[in-house]
Design a binder for this molecule. Structure first.
Ligand SMILES: NC(=O)c1ccc[n+]([C@@H]2O[C@H](COP(=O)([O-])OP(=O)(O)OC[C@H]3O[C@@H](n4cnc5c(N)ncnc54)[C@H](OP(=O)(O)O)[C@@H]3O)[C@@H](O)[C@H]2O)c1
Length: 272
C-alpha cells in the first residue's frame, strides 16, 4: 500500500480491471470514489455511484468536490469525428458544471505507436496507423484542451487473473508474432497512476511498460519451462518463421526517470 496525503483524493471513472485494483489502494481516503457502468461492484472498497459516459443525464452524479480524475473508459464511438464531438461536449460540460474537477489522468495505450520497427518514446512524432490508435491519440488531444491532463500509455495489462499463463491454462490461442509485446502488471500500473496523482508536475505523458518486452510465444515457452502447472501440450505450435516487427520497441526511459519501482519488473516475476 502506498501512502498518500488526504490532499490527493481520486475519482476513478470506470471500475474495470485496473479501476478495481486502483480502488483497493485508496481505501484509506473517504473522499475518493469510483464509478460503475453496467453492474454495481458487489463489495465496493470506496464510495461508488453510477456513471454512463454516453449519457449526459448521469454526469450530474459526479461529485463537486475536487479530486484527481482517472479515466479508464475506452473510446465509445468508432467514428473519429463523432468521438471528437462527444469528447468536446463532455469537456465543455465539465468545465461549466464541474470546474473543481480540473485534473485528469487518462489511461491511453501504447497502441498509439505505429506498428513499425523503431524505438518509440513519448516525444516521438508520429501518426497512429490503426483505427484504435487514431481514436486514442484523438482522445488524448481533445482531453488536453479541457483538463490539466497527464497521459499514461500502458502496454498489455496482466496479472490478477489475466495474462499468457491464464490463456495457456484456459486453452486459448497464444498470438503467433515476432513483435515484442510490452507489458505492465496491473498492480504496477496502479502504482504508476498513484505516483502521477501525487506528482502532478512529474510528467504529462509516460509509457507504462516493464523492463522486458517479449513476443507472446516466447513468454509461453518460458512459462512452460518454469512452471509445474503448465505443460508442452498447451502450446505445441511451430514458431520457426513468424511475421511481425521484431524491432518495434516502446521506451520506458521516462518511467525509469520517474523512479517508480516496479514490483514486477518483468513477466518472469509477474507470472510465477
Ligand atoms: N487490458 C489491456 O491490456 C490494456 C492495454 C492498454 C490500454 N488499455 C486501456 O486501459 C484502460 C483500462 O484497462 P482495463 O483493462 O481496466 O479496462 P476495462 O476492464 O475494460 O475497464 C473499462 C471500464 O470502463 C467502463 N465503461 C465502459 N463503457 C462505459 C460507459 N459508457 N460509461 C461509463 N463507464 C464505461 C467499464 O464498465 P462496464 O464493464 O460496466 O461497461 C469498465 O469498468 C482501458 O481504456 C483499456 O482500453 C488496456
Amino acid at each position: 500500500m502506498i501512502h498518500y496525503t488526504s490532499a490527493t483524493p481520486v475519482g476513478i471513472l470506470g471500475l474495470g480491471f485496473l479501476g478495481k485494483i486502483l480502488a483497493a489502494e485508496l481505501t484509506a481516503f473517504k473522499e475518493s470514489w469510483g464509478t460503475w457502468h453496467e453492474i454495481p461492484p458487489p463489495e465496493p472498497k470506496l464510495q461508488v455511484f453510477h456513471f454512463d459516459w454516453a449519457d449526459e443525464n448521469s454526469w450530474t452524479n459526479l461529485p463537486e468536490t475536487a479530486v484527481t480524475l482517472v479515466l479508464t473508459i475506452p473510446p465509445l464511438l468508432k467514428n473519429p469525428q463523432a468521438e471528437t464531438e462527444r469528447l468536446q461536449f463532455w469537456g465543455t460540460w465539465m468545465q461549466q458544471n464541474r470546474p473543481q474537477l480540473k485534473r485528469l489522468i487518462y489511461i491511453s495505450t501504447t497502441g498509439v505507436y505505429p506498428k513499425r520497427n523503431e524505438i518509440w518514446t513519448e516525444n516521438s512524432e508520429f501518426e497512429a496507423d490503426t483505427d484504435s490508435g487514431k481514436l486514442r491519440l484523438l482522445t488524448e488531444n481533445v482531453l488536453c484542451q479541457y483538463f490539466q491532463l497527464q497521459i499514461i500509455r500502458p502496454g498489455g495489462i496482466y496479472g490478477c487473473g489475466r495474462g499468457i499463463d491464464f490463456r495457456l491454462k484456459a486453452g486459448k490461442p497464444i498470438p503467433l508474432s515476432s513483435t515484442p509485446v510490452h507489458r505492465i502488471h496491473v498492480e504496477d500500473l496502479a502504482r504508476i497512476v498513484l505516483h502521477l496523482v501525487k506528482h502532478p508536475e512529474s510528467t504529462t505523458c509516460v509509457n507504462a511498460v516493464d523492463h522486458e518486452a517479449k513476443p507472446s510465444w516466447k513468454v509461453a515457452r518460458w512459462l512452460i519451462e518454469n512452471r509445474d502447472d503448465l505443460t508442452q501440450e498447451m502450446f505445441p505450435e511451430n514458431t520457426a518463421k513468424l511475421p511481425g516487427t521484431p524491432q518495434r520497441i516502446i521506451s520506458n526511459q521516462r518511467l525509469l526517470e520517474l523512479a517508480v519501482t516496479l514490483r514486477y519488473p518483468t513477466f518472469r516475476q509477474g507470472m510465477v
